[in-house]
Write a protein that binds this ligand. Structure first.
Ligand code: AHG
Ligand code: MN
Ligand code: MN
Length: 335
């Protein structure tokens, strides 16, 4: 279904007939995310100028307060989705509670909710390392025209309608799935359009990269420690190499292209893991599975976990199928 030189806008329209519940609403929603991501991209690119144009907390030349980039990104995505009246609710890693959008208005027929990590890897901004945005889209489960409730957000990952990420890297890319494979689009900043550059992305079944914060090694479960040791041994020609950026989006993106495994296990410091089930793990798990990869908490498929709270954390192991299965085997053996 992909054509050379196709823009993201064209691709969304052309493929909307493939969606299960066609109404154009999901296309409009994806278009809004595409637009907000362009605005955020512009701001992220200026991060290095912070000493010249001011820090968060300063006042800029127009007399406005400068915001931290994660707050800025959060506001931009929420504003875009709210003003265009395109969803009935939003939950964000940056907000304590979910936001209901005109959902008590019985004329509001918007059926989707969005969950978002507006800026992932934000500790990397100051050092000019790639950051990202992660989004996840569900159909609400409560009736149209009634206020959205927590139940609309606490759905299993397997109910996702679409998910994606933007990586603000050496190039800016938007990668997403609607359940029919994964496609990647690269932003041409001169023109402001995203072009289909990575059609039908797939995790290699096997890879040689493992990505984990080894600074936490002594606190990891025994199964993870043993899996890391397995990766480090060079007997039997296991050519593993370690790569860890500290931005989930960037680590995932590299591993999907080159083949690898990403792990954020539980530790003494983070007894439930660090990453958020709803804003980070579920969308990445959906993309991984759609790209022939796998995502698990070590024992259970991520998308089968029933969430019980918005900001729930979960151990996360994700990437090339054979590597994730191997790590799970180590976990099971040490249970
Ligand atoms: P966020 O910036 O949205 O809080 O997410 C940071 C996450 C994730 O992107 C990254 O993989 C992980 O935290 C890194 O954590 P450590 O610094 O503990 O390794
Ligand atoms: Mn994050
Ligand atoms: Mn974040």
């Amino acid at each position: 279904m992909s054509k050379p030189n196709q823009t993201l806008g064209e691709f969304i329209i052309e493929n909307q007939t493939a969606f299960k519940y066609t109404s154009g609403e999901l296309s409009r929603l994806l278009n809004s995310i595409r637009l907000a991501a362009k605005v955020v991209n512009h701001e992220v690119n200026k991060a290095g100028l912070v000493d010249i144009i001011g820090n968060a907390g300063d006042t800029n030349i127009q007399g406005e307060d400068q915001q931290k980039l994660d707050v800025y990104a959060n506001d931009k995505f929420i504003q875009t989705l709210t003003k265009r009246n395109i969803v009935c609710g939003i939950a964000s890693e940056e907000e304590d509670d979910f936001i209901a959008i005109n959902s008590q208005d019985e004329n509001n027929q918007n059926k989707y909710v969005v969950l978002i990590d507006p800026l992932d890897g934000s500790s990397n901004i100051d050092v000019n390392v790639s950051v990202g945005t992660i989004f996840s889209i569900y159909r609400r489960v409560t009736p149209l025209g009634t206020p959205v409730t927590l139940e609309d957000f606490l759905q299993k990952g397997s109910a996702q309608v679409a998910a994606g990420y933007v990586v603000y890297g050496t190039s800016t890319m938007l990668v997403y799935t609607t359940g029919y494979g994964v496609n990647g689009f690269t932003l041409n900043p001169a023109i402001g359009s995203y072009y289909l550059s990575h059609p039908n992305m797939q995790f290699p079944e096997d890879g040689n990269i493992y990505s984990v914060n080894e600074g936490n090694y002594s606190d990891f479960p025994v199964g993870i420690k043993k899996y890391i040791k397995y990766c480090q041994q060079d007997e039997d020609e296991r050519p593993y190499t370690s790569r860890y950026i500290g931005s989930l989006v960037s680590d995932f993106h590299r591993n999907m292209i080159k083949g690898g495994i990403y792990m954020y296990p539980k530790s003494t410091k983070n007894p439930k893991g660090k990453l958020r089930l709803l804003y980070e793990c579920n969308p990445m798990a959906f993309i991984a599975e759609q790209a022939n990869g796998k995502a698990s908490d070590g024992f259970t498929r991520i998308m089968d976990i029933q969430p019980t709270e918005l900001h729930e954390r979960v151990p996360f192991i994700c990437g090339s199928k054979n590597m994730v299965e191997k790590a799970e085997e180590f976990m099971r053996n040490e249970q």
